[in-house]
Ligand binder design. Structure first.
Ligand SMILES: *[C@@H]1O[C@H](CO)[C@@H](O)[C@H](O)[C@H]1NC(C)=O
Length: 449
């Protein structure tokens, strides 16, 4: 609160200073407000929004990023499989009935060991094809970058550590794909905004709470994919992510099929792993990471490099920053993972392109019987004209359903983490958003004074 007052005072001071040197219309100036506004952001239709760069959207009126309305539908932790939107369950059941989801039992994961299938089932078999065990037989899974390219991506964001990475990426004009964790989006909406709106980077799915996906039931998988898909959809002007990466690289034919058939997601693994995430715990060192990177970057350019890296800690960000000059000096072409196959999203080319409005977030899924087919439309960019590619519900009914389910989540009370995450304080933090924040201060002077 104090900071907001300070911001207001600074902004008004700035405005008065500006008024002294800028010819000024003789209109009445509203007096300095004697109390703070009840919300820190303006509603979506406020004229101030027009002054900021906005990515093109599908025209729907989504809740402002970080607002209580935006936050309300989502689980705070592991999604409850009994509180899923009906459309997701219907779409799964239809895909199962159509024989598209292999009937593979969930694994058991014990500590640091690889997940194990029951009854001695072979993870490398054609039926299972576990990516944890490096089975590459499923053609729906991406492992490599195109020859000669270094595909840039980061897992586990958005995080406070992301800000330094975003400054670096922006300074070097590099596009990356961010495999974001749903609960991290809830906790770090400002970093999300920077990645999507300022960097115009590609946002992809890294599940809601980062589990070993092969250990989960089909319904648990729906929650992990669906909520992450939904929050990205509503936070990017209606875009549908096209890619997901399994935590720990743990996936199999069942998980890959649910991602694809219910949500239209392509599974992405990697072909080199720095283990950068274990630097803080002493599992590896920055020196060891640089040694591996040097070896790969000076090696053959076929296939291209798809290196697993994280925006998790300052140290993992540093590891990428240190290796970056080698990528360039060895002649690698850099590309965002999501741009390897053209469109970064299922219904938009990238963060800066038009968005095709979709009715709900179901792709390649038969229509649930309860839904009116007249309101659905197919997505031309990702399919043939087949009637099977359509979206199961309207966007508005999707929102209603999400908000209406009995989730453990409740709107964050004002004054708690919401304020911390989105209040005036971060505007003073030096970060990739500094320029935007500075602009906001100037803008505030026009609005608050
Ligand atoms: C991150 O690491 C760099 C390099 O070691 C250091 O200069 C910087 O202060 C660190 N930043 C934070 C926030 O810890």
């Amino acid at each position: 609160m104090l900071s907001l007052r300070l911001l207001s005072a600074l902004a008004c001071g700035f405005s008065l200073a500006a008024a002294a040197i800028v010819p000024h219309d003789n209109h009445d100036h509203a007096p300095t407000p004697t109390r703070l506004p009840t919300q820190w952001y303006h509603s979506e239709d406020h004229h101030a929004h027009a002054l900021f760069k906005r990515a093109p959207s599908d025209g729907a009126n989504y809740p402002a990023l970080g607002s209580p309305e935006w936050r309300a539908p989502y689980p705070q932790s592991t999604p409850d499989p009994n509180a899923l939107p009906k459309q997701w369950v219907d779409a799964l059941n239809a895909a199962v009935a159509a024989g598209k989801i292999p009937n593979i039992p969930p694994t058991t994961s014990t500590g640091n060991n690889n997940p194990v299938y029951p009854n001695g089932m072979d993870p490398m078999s054609d039926q299972v094809c576990s990516t944890t065990y490096k089975c590459r037989k499923n053609r729906d899974v991406m492992w490599d970058a195109p020859d000669g390219t270094f595909a840039i991506s980061f897992d586990d964001g958005p995080q406070p550590a992301s800000n330094r990475l975003y400054d670096f990426l922006q300074d070097h004009n590099e596009k990356a794909t961010h495999f974001f964790i749903g609960v991290n989006i809830l906790n770090n909406p400002n970093e999300f905004r920077t990645a999507f709106e300022v960097l115009e980077d590609d946002i992809a799915v890294h599940t809601w709470t980062h589990p070993h996906m092969t250990t989960l039931s089909n319904l648990d998988l729906l929650g992990q994919f669906g909520w992450t898909m939904d929050i990205i959809h509503k936070s990017t002007g209606g875009r549908l992510p096209r890619y997901w990466r399994p935590p720990y690289g743990d996936s199999d034919n069942r998980v890959v099929a649910i991602a694809k058939e219910v949500f239209g997601l392509t599974t992405v693994i990697w072909n080199q792993d720095t283990s950068d995430w274990s630097i803080p715990s002493g599992g590896t060192t920055n020196e060891a990471v640089q040694k591996s990177m040097t070896q790969w970057l000076t090696g053959p350019k076929k296939p291209g490099l798809m290196v697993l890296e994280h925006e998790l800690y300052n140290q993992t960000v540093q590891a990428f920053i240190d290796a970056y000059p080698l990528i360039k000096s060895n002649g690698w072409k850099t590309i965002s993972v999501a741009q390897i196959n053209g469109d970064s999203y299922q219904n938009s080319h990238d963060s800066d392109s038009a968005v095709q409005r979709v009715d709900g977030i179901f792709v390649n899924a038969p229509l649930p019987s309860s839904s009116s087919s007249s309101s659905s439309k197919s997505l031309s960019s990702s399919t043939t004209s087949s009637g099977s590619t359509s979206f199961g519900s309207t966007t508005s009914s999707m929102s209603t359903t999400s908000a209406g389910t009995s989730l453990p989540a409740s709107p964050t009370p004002p004054g708690t983490s919401l304020q911390q995450g989105n209040g005036a304080v971060p505007l003073f933090g030096a970060s990739a958003t500094t320029v935007v924040a500075g602009f906001f201060v100037v803008l505030s002077s026009l609005i608050l004074c």
